[in-house]
Design a protein around this ligand. Structure first.
Ligand SMILES: N[C@](CCCC[B-](O)(O)O)(CCN1CCCCC1)C(=O)O
Ligand SMILES: [Mn+2]
Ligand SMILES: [Mn+2]
Ligand SMILES: [Mn+2]
Length: 301
C-alpha cells in the first residue's frame, strides 16, 4: 500500500501566521519514516509550493478574505489528491489551514464518488458567504462541498459532490449561529462533545459510521482538525476551544476508522507551530504525527 504525503504549506484560509509551517514541522518530525516503519510505501516529493499563486491581487469578495488565492490553491490540491487516489494511493494531506479540505475532499470524491466524510473538529467549518462573521474561508469549506449558499464565480470549480447524508461530525463545541441553522436545515449528523461525554467515544464512532456508512461499504475520507483535541493536548493551533477530545479519544477515532479498512484519504489540519512555546509546539506536532500513524494502522498491541 502506498501513502502519498501531500504537504500543503498554506495559511490563506485564516489570518494567523505560521499554520503554513505545519507540514514542514511534521515532515521534519519524521512522519515519512514513521509510516515506512509501519509498512507503508511512502511517496513524498516535497511540499507543494503556492508562492506563484500568492502573486495575484486578491481583494475580498464580500466578507471572504483571500478568495482567489484560496480558490486557486484548493483547486490545485483537488487535482493532486484526486490524482493520488485514482492511482490507488492513500493521500495524507498535511495542513495548513482547513480551507484545504475543499480541495482534498473534492479530489477524493472525484476518485471515489461514493465516499463519506468524517469531520473531526471543534468547529463545523460550514459557514456560507452569507453567514460567515470572520470571512476566513477555513470556516467555510463544508458549505462549498455541499453546494450551500449563493454561488461565487471564483469558486465555480467546486462541484457540490458531497451529500449531507454522507457527512458526519465528531467533536463540535464552537458553532456559529448561522452554522447551527445550516446543520438543522440540512439534517446534518453531528456528535458534539456533549454526545462524546454521554455515550463515550466508542459508541459515538459506531453511531457516526452507522449514519454515513451503514453497510461499511463506502470509502471514508477522514478530515481531522487538531483543534478537535483539547488545547491541553494540542495547544499550538489557530482556533483553540476548551473542552475538547482527550489524547486517547482522538486516537481512538483514528484507530477505529483504520479498523474499518475503508479509509481512502486523510487530512491532518491546523497544526500551527508558531503559536506557543517550543515544548507546546513539539507536543502539537508530535500528536499530529501520532494521529496520522493511528489512522494508518498503528495499534497499541
Ligand atoms: N466559525 C469560525 C471559526 C472557524 C474555524 C475554522 B477551523 O475549524 O478550520 O479551525 C469562528 C467565527 N467566530 C470567531 C469569533 C467568535 C465568534 C465565532 C469562523 O471563523 O467561521
Ligand atoms: Mn476545521
Ligand atoms: Mn477547528
Ligand atoms: Mn483551527
Amino acid at each position: 500500500m502506498t501513502a502519498a504525503i501531500v504537504g500543503c504549506p498554506f495559511s490563506g484560509g485564516q489570518p494567523r501566521v505560521g499554520v503554513d509551517q505545519g507540514p514542514v514541522h511534521m515532515v521534519e518530525a519524521g512522519i515519512v519514516d514513521q509510516l515506512t516503519a509501519l509498512g507503508w510505501k511512502v511517496k513524498f516529493d516535497g511540499h507543494h509550493q503556492f508562492e506563484e499563486v500568492n502573486a495575484i491581487t486578491d481583494p475580498p469578495i464580500g466578507k471572504l478574505k483571500n478568495p482567489r488565492l484560496v480558490s486557486a490553491v484548493t483547486k490545485a490540491v483537488a487535482n493532486v489528491v484526486g490524482g493520488h487516489a485514482k492511482m490507488g494511493e492513500l493521500p495524507v494531506t498535511l495542513g495548513g489551514d482547513h480551507s484545504l479540505a475543499m480541495g482534498t475532499i473534492s479530489g477524493t470524491l472525484d476518485a471515489h464518488p461514493d465516499a463519506c466524510v468524517i469531520w473531526i473538529d471543534a468547529h463545523a467549518d460550514i459557514n456560507t458567504a452569507e453567514t460567515t462573521d470572520s470571512g476566513n474561508i477555513h470556516g467555510m469549506p463544508v458549505s462549498f462541498l455541499l453546494g450551500l449558499g449563493s454561488p461565487i464565480p471564483e469558486f465555480s470549480w467546486v462541484k457540490p459532490a458531497l451529500k449531507a447524508e454522507r457527512l458526519v461530525y465528531i467533536g463540535l463545541r464552537d458553532i456559529d449561529a448561522g452554522e447551527k441553522r445550516i446543520l438543522k436545515e440540512n439534517n446534518i449528523k453531528a456528535f458534539s462533545m456533549h454526545e462524546v461525554d454521554r455515550y463515550g467515544i466508542g459508541k459515538v464512532v459506531e453511531m457516526a459510521l452507522d449514519h454515513v456508512n451503514p453497510k461499511r461499504a463506502s470509502p471514508i475520507h477522514l478530515s481531522f482538525d487538531v483543534d478537535a483535541l483539547d488545547p491541553s493536548v494540542a495547544p499550538s493551533t489557530g482556533t483553540p476551544v476548551r473542552g475538547g477530545l482527550t489524547f486517547r479519544e482522538g486516537h481512538y477515532i483514528c484507530e477505529a476508522i483504520w479498523e474499518t479498512g475503508l479509509l481512502v484519504a486523510l487530512d491532518l489540519m491546523e497544526v500551527n507551530p508558531s503559536l506557543a512555546d517550543a515544548a507546546s509546539v513539539k507536543q502539537t506536532v508530535t500528536v499530529g504525527c501520532s494521529l496520522v500513524r493511528s489512522a494508518l494502522g498503528e495499534t497499541l498491541l
